[in-house]
Design a protein around this ligand. Sequence first.
Ligand SMILES: [Zn+2]
Length: 63
Amino acid sequence: MASGPDFKSLKEPTREERQLRCFRKRRYQSQGDALDAALVAGVERHRKAYLCPYCRKWHLTTV
Ligand SMILES: [Zn+2]
């Protein structure tokens, strides 16, 4: 079995990284708010709204 670097663990953000991302991101009260913001910015086709497990608000992520 090959024992190289674990690429999966390198690619997967750690819990801390996810949390940091949460703090840096803009929060939306609802999925609609998040999608509206993407629509206004004209990037709705490249953004997806998701419910954040850390702040329990919605963020936009790049698709
Ligand atoms: Zn969050």
